[in-house]
Design a protein around this ligand. Structure first.
Ligand code: NAX
Length: 327
């Protein structure tokens, strides 16, 4: 039996948490032979902590053979202690009339504190995945606080966007989802993101050739993927939760699977037209478990360049809003 790994999850009693924890405990994230200890962190609010108690009871009631312990806490220094993976899901939602800048500042404060605590108490091999929005910039803020853990360990999730794009391409081409490969998300997890369809393949052929409808790819396809979150809210009356949790399972599973090729928001080194030091979605290849390299060399045509310029501009603006929060 392998040694259990410690997985800290913030926002554990939230709606994504409710779809996520059971998948982690069942082995979907780290594999069917990897025991886990869940370290569940909630905001210090009575209602949230009570809800967390209920979630922990349900986890017990699943009798998952791989689940070797559950920690419930509002104290991040207990929750992140010795954690091998820190999944930062909890964040303040955007309230009515709230400006994006206010959201950036309010959530920024959470991620400063969490970045510092993770750096101080998490395991030496700790990896961090940020879901709470604005995910890319929150990730940048948390990473900026770290003195011990390298910035590459901090990633933000654009996998939901990749999964959405893959699904839309398969539907349009009328093929099985698994025929669609190499569709990567560039930039921010926001409607400005760019699903780079020109590099995707369908059944081994260029997606552009199979679909043969550039106006659709450049227009409705990009728009549908970019605004899918809002469409879910309009239809369901609540934001994406199960699909977001599923995407986080995919994000981490791919990051611990050598050879996996997938989209992750990582610290930019200035590739593909992004400013250095923003966290931007990029294609990556997992090298060894938990480590990755950015895949280089994809050519960008004029349309792709203009989309990347727009999403980069938004990331640079977000960074400017929180400039005083970056250590
Ligand atoms: P919920 O509001 O259902 O849950 C959030 C939970 O976080 C709450 O239980 C709250 O008490 C907790 N929380 C708040 N501050 C905390 C703190 N400092 N420490 C620990 N817990 C804290 O939101 P949910 O639907 O679960 O979404 C969570 C986040 O994911 C949101 O920021 C949301 O915008 C973001 N999303 C990101 C996506 C992505 O692809 N990157 C997609 C889905 C989702 O919209």
């Amino acid at each position: 039996m392998k040694t259990p790994i410690r997985v800290a999850v913030t926002g554990a009693a939230g709606q994504i948490g409710y779809s996520l924890l059971f998948r982690i405990a069942s082995g979907a994230m780290f594999g069917p032979d990897q025991p886990v200890i869940l370290q569940l962190i909630e905001a210090p609010i009575e209602k949230a902590l009570k809800a967390l108690e209920g979630v922990a009871m349900e986890l017990d009631d699943c009798a998952f053979p791989l689940l070797k312990g559950i920690v419930q806490t509002a104290d991040a220094s207990i929750g992140f202690k010795d954690a091998n993976w820190c999944l930062l899901v909890g964040a303040k939602p955007r309230g009515p009339g709230m400006e994006r800048a206010d959201l950036l500042k309010d959530n920024g404060k959470i991620f400063i504190g969490q970045g510092q605590i993770i750096d101080a108490v998490a395991a030496a091999d700790a990896r961090i995945a940020v879901v709470g929005n604005p995910a890319n910039t929150n990730c940048m803020i948390a990473a900026s606080q770290a003195k011990r853990l390298p910035a590459e360990r901090f990633t933000a999730m654009v996998r939901l966007d990749q999964n959405r794009a893959q699904s839309q391409l398969a539907k349009k081409a009328g093929v099985d989802l698994t025929a669609v490969k190499d569709i990567f998300i560039y930039g921010n997890h926001s409607p400005t993101m760019f699903p780079a369809f020109a590099h995707a393949t369908i059944g081994g052929q260029p997606a552009t050739k199979v679909i043969n409808d550039d106006p659709w790819l450049q227009g409705p396809f990009c728009e549908t993927v970019g605004k899918r979150g809002a469409a879910i809210i309009a239809a369901r009356g609540a934001s994406s939760a199960a699909s977001a949790a599923n995407a986080l399972v995919d994000h981490v599973r791919s990051l611990v699977t050598p050879g996996a090729i997938h989209s992750v928001a990582v610290k930019s080194q200035g590739l593909y037209g992004f400013d250095a030091n923003v966290w931007a979605g990029m294609p990556v290849r997992t090298t060894t478990a938990g480590s990755y390299e950015v895949i280089t060399g994809y050519a960008m045509d004029a349309f792709a360049q203009s989309k990347i310029a727009a999403t980069n501009k938004e990331l640079v603006e977000e960074r400017a809003f929180v400039a005083d929060m970056i250590a």
